[in-house]
Design a protein around this ligand. Structure first.
Ligand code: ADP
Length: 424
């Protein structure tokens, strides 16, 4: 089966989030970490292929080059519909990279218009009159205003996108969306004839996303957060673009021990770790001890555990502890010490026969996936919104990985994750 849908995501956990929403359909979804360096035969591709890049804050020219390479690869495995996925808070700088990448993909695909809809009503992200809200706050008044890399100081997506693109930016507002797919299509056509290439589309409710996806199902390129893609599998099935019979995903059953590795210090992860400490054997990693003694003591602790026992190794700490470590070591060095330790521990866990990994933290997940040599993930059932179980081949063995970004999941996430795998 060749690919039908090819997505390019600007970061790893965002790609996982998109993959999880698409996999709700029960259809096979494949997530590749970076543009595959080897050719893949179209028949080996999944109907839904996603390439996770790490290009959100790269210089625009580099992000564009990576995204174009990803597009070329997706076309080579047969994809005919394309999706540019970015964050539901439109994380970008004045220069990009949302607009420059979209414009480059449009040029490569030979199209004159695309739409932009980062709304994710289930997570409180809505767009009205082109303004993005996080819960009841304007984006520019939400905590995103202080983001260290992509501070969002405006809420108007029209104004934010304008300086990022050469073409003109327009708006299809909620009143049009509320009239249904035909009205929205007519509005997009009208804007196209007025030479408006980049259209922000309002969405407040889940239903709005269904309307937009229905209107856009034949567009070669759509851009947005993950939520706009969620209705697409059903629409493709209804239109006969793919059939369910030949696209059944059978979840592998994964035997072997378990471990939680946590390098996230986000508020929700801190709760999850505290909760799991009540039932699991645990080891705390501290960047200062890692600097002084290396990772060997932690490896020894791990080797002395039974693979099947519930266990967690965590660097998760309160903000003041993180600050103290960062002051002594520098933020980058502290982060690398933790990520390198988690990577080595994941390799050791695999060597011990552990096959079920839960990893907390976006960067931490990337480090663990890389250490295990994972380049391709098949997407299984969702543990929490945005966090599915995934399956990878590591040295000829199937491994189950749950890769959770900081604030996802509820307090009992780690326990729930393993329980779900056992029930599968
Ligand atoms: P999140 O998804 O919550 O942002 P990430 O893994 O992406 O989590 O980022 C957390 C960063 O913090 C990683 O670079 C990690 O190595 C670093 N880190 C984890 N624990 C500590 C700690 N105790 N002190 C300093 N830095 C830490």
């Amino acid at each position: 089966m060749a690919a039908l849908f090819g997505a390019i995501a600007d970061d790893f956990t965002g790609a996982t989030d998109l993959a999880g929403l698409l996999a709700r359909s029960g259809l096979p979804v494949c997530l590749r970490l970076g543009v595959p360096s080897h050719p893949v035969a179209a028949e080996q591709a999944s109907p839904f292929e996603i390439i996770a890049l790490k290009c959100r804050t790269l210089p625009a020219a580099e992000a564009v080059a990576e995204a174009r390479a990803a597009l070329a690869w997706l076309r080579s495995v047969g994809a005919r519909r394309f999706y540019w996925k970015y964050c539901s808070t439109f994380d970008s700088t004045r220069e990009g990279n949302i607009g420059p990448v979209a414009e480059a993909l449009m040029a490569d695909l030979g199209i004159g218009q695309t739409l932009y809809c980062p709304a994710f009503p289930e997570n409180g992200r809505s767009i009205f009159m082109g303004h993005l809200f996080v819960g009841e706050q304007l984006l520019s008044e939400s905590p995103m205003k202080d983001h260290p890399l992509t501070p969002m100081r405006d809420s108007s997506l029209v104004r934010l996108l304008g300086p990022q693109v050469k073409g003109a930016v327009g708006l299809a507002n909620r009143h049009v969306v509320a009239q249904g797919p035909q009205a929205l299509k007519a509005r997009l056509d009208e804007l196209y004839h007025r030479q408006l290439a980049h259209i922000i589309v309002d969405a407040v409710e889940e239903e709005d996303l269904v309307t937009i996806a229905t209107a856009a199902v034949d567009m070669l390129l759509i851009t947005g957060g993950s939520a706009l893609a969620a209705p697409l599998p059903r629409l493709y099935l209804e239109r006969g673009l793919m059939d369910r019979a030949s696209n059944f995903f059978e979840r592998p059953s994964v035997e072997g021990g378990q471990i939680v590795l946590s390098g996230s210090c986000s508020a929700m992860t801190r709760q999850q770790v505290a909760h799991y400490l009540e039932e699991a054997e645990s080891l705390r990693l501290d960047p200062l001890s890692l600097q002084a003694d290396g990772v060997e003591p932690a490896l020894q602790w791990l080797r002395a555990r039974q693979p099947a026992a519930a266990k967690i190794i965590y660097a998760t700490a309160e903000p003041e502890e993180v600050r103290a470590a960062q002051q002594q070591l520098g933020a980058a060095r502290a982060g690398h010490l933790v990520e390198d330790a988690l990577a080595r521990l994941a390799q050791e866990a695999f060597r011990m026969g552990i096959r079920r990994f839960v990893v907390a933290g976006g960067e931490s997940s990337g480090a663990v996936a890389k250490a295990l040599g994972v380049t391709r993930l098949a997407i299984g059932c969702e543990i929490a919104p945005g966090v599915p179980w995934t399956y990878a081949e590591v040295a000829g063995e199937t491994v189950a990985l749950a890769l959770k970004s900081g604030n996802f999941g509820s307090a009992d996430f780690f326990h729930e994750a393993f329980q779900l795998l056992e029930a599968a």
